[in-house]
Ligand binder design. Structure first.
Ligand code: GLN
Length: 454
């Protein structure tokens, strides 16, 4: 109860960050009390967690950061949240996020931006973004408003915000965590994962969140390993791949210096660095920004004013007018941009030139990784090409915003487990993340290398 009370108080005291869209202090207390009485057991018994607002929570607002789902209260629990509750966890509230998880700065949320608890040393005191789309999740952990949270990662949304706020976050192999009850963005890429201060906390949470679910057709029918018990920072015999194509122009020296330090830390832990090549890396970002909007445009067709949330009926309007008015009022600018891009690349005249081509390039990117993992056990890169930027700094420039994902999206397209772990601070005192990519199902290898860095 003391733990739940302390976090409830922290959540209330931290409202200026806008990390939570809904607070559920009573749930945190009720679960803690039940755990104290011994009625709830499990690895997370009584631990209150924050839940990204993309996860359906029974009876509790689930908005996906969108106006179109304002006040939507699902009558069911997403599988991941049900799994966490089975492990004993309570809920502190729902966490702010970019609208439908589209964004890298949490500025596309219909409920306002999340403010990072970090500040630059230069005295400017400018508000920084916590990254996105899991920006509320990252800010909450970083500021001590939750001991652990859920995030989702379609093209970096767990890893980039973790890097920006100095915490850990892992996206497991595609299919490890059930997508059932998670609002869909790009279904062939979406994965849930934990964010927390330490690698060990991530291992404990991921173990509870993962597992086969017949309700998700892409769920992996694989046993969940005991990742926490398997933690070891001894990397003797492990080969760490350093992809030469990730040394890209325009990345600040500080980021490359961080990468070099990371290589040394893994060497100190017994690993051997090897240079590898992932030749299609430069095509990953454009490929992602065709496939993700294409899938999103299809997934978001369900918000029609009939079944969920907002309904706008213009005077004397017919059904079509209701669809248009609802979607015009309900979706924000970035979501509309993605729907238009997605509809365009899927349209009859352009399907082969864009969507089919992107699927082919995706297969080549997967093949690059398959070949690379014949030469190495793990891959180390920086998580993002910069530290956190200021609120408003990139919000008018979608391309600059998309470039943030350059190191994160290749692993997403290949469905591989990947993690960001804090690597140190830049000259402005802001956190930088190191990024570990593992072979399929090798979350343990990723966690262990992260532990060696931590
Ligand atoms: N920033 C990327 C995008 O806007 C990734 C988002 C995510 O992983 N959900 O699509």
């Amino acid at each position: 109860r003391e733990v739940a009370e302390a976090y409830n108080a922290a959540v209330a005291a931290g409202r200026a960050l806008n990390a939570y869209t809904v607070e559920t202090p009573d749930d945190a207390l009720a679960v803690a009390d039940a755990a104290d009485r011994g009625e709830i057991t499990g690895p997370l018994a009584g631990i209150p967690l924050g839940i990204k607002d993309l996860f359906a929570t029974e009876g509790v607002d689930t908005t996906s950061g969108s106006r179109i789902l304002k006040d939507f209260k699902p009558r069911y629990q997403s599988t991941v949240v049900a799994n966490l509750r089975k492990a004993g966890a309570g809920m502190l509230g729902k966490l702010n996020m970019d609208e439908f998880a589209m964004g890298s700065s949490n500025e596309t949320s219909a409920y306002g931006p999340v403010i990072s608890p970090w500040r630059r040393k230069d005295g400017s005191n400018a508000s920084l973004t916590p990254g996105g789309s899991s920006g509320g999740s990252a800010a909450a952990v970083s500021a001590g408003l939750a001991p652990g949270v859920t995030g989702t990662d379609t093209g970096g949304s767990i890893r980039q915000p973790a890097a920006f706020t100095g915490i850990c976050g892992i996206k497991p192999t595609y299919g490890r965590c059930s997508r059932w009850g998670i609002v869909s963005f790009a279904s062939s890429l979406d994965q849930a994962g934990p964010m927390a201060k330490t690698v060990r906390d991530c291992a404990i949470m991921l173990e509870a969140m993962s597992g086969f679910d017949p309700k998700d057709s892409t769920s992996l029918d694989e046993p969940v390993p005991q990742w926490e018990a398997g933690l070891s920072s001894n990397l003797k015999g492990k080969r760490v791949g350093i992809p030469k194509e990730y040394r890209i122009d325009g990345v600040p020296d500080e980021i490359n210096a961080l990468w070099d330090r990371g290589i040394e830390w893994l060497k100190d832990a017994g690993a051997e660095p090897v240079e590898i090549s992932l030749p299609h890396t430069k095509h990953a970002l454009p490929t992602y920004y065709i496939i993700a909007p294409a899938e999103a445009s299809s997934n978001l067709a369900r918000y029609d004013g009939v079944r969920y949330g907002l309904r706008e009926v213009p005077d004397g309007g017919n059904l079509d007018a209701m669809y248009s008015a609802t979607r015009a009022a309900g979706f924000g600018a970035e979501v509309k941009r993605r729907i238009m891009i997605g509809t365009y690349v899927l349209s009859a005249g352009f399907y082969d030139a864009y969507f089919t081509k992107a699927q082919r390039v995706r297969a080549l990117i997967k093949q690059d990784f398959r070949k690379a993992f014949e030469q190495c056990d793990l891959i180390l890169t920086p998580t993002a090409p910069s530290a956190a930027f200021g609120i408003g700094e990139k919000s008018d420039d979608p391309i600059a915003m998309y470039l943030n994902d350059v190191f994160a999206v290749p692993a997403s397209l290949a469905g591989l487990p990947a993690m960001s772990v804090p690597g140190g601070l830049d000259g402005q005192g802001l956190p930088l993340g190191l990024h570990l990519i593992g072979n399929e199902l090798d979350e343990q290898g990723v966690l262990n290398a992260a532990l060696a860095i931590e």
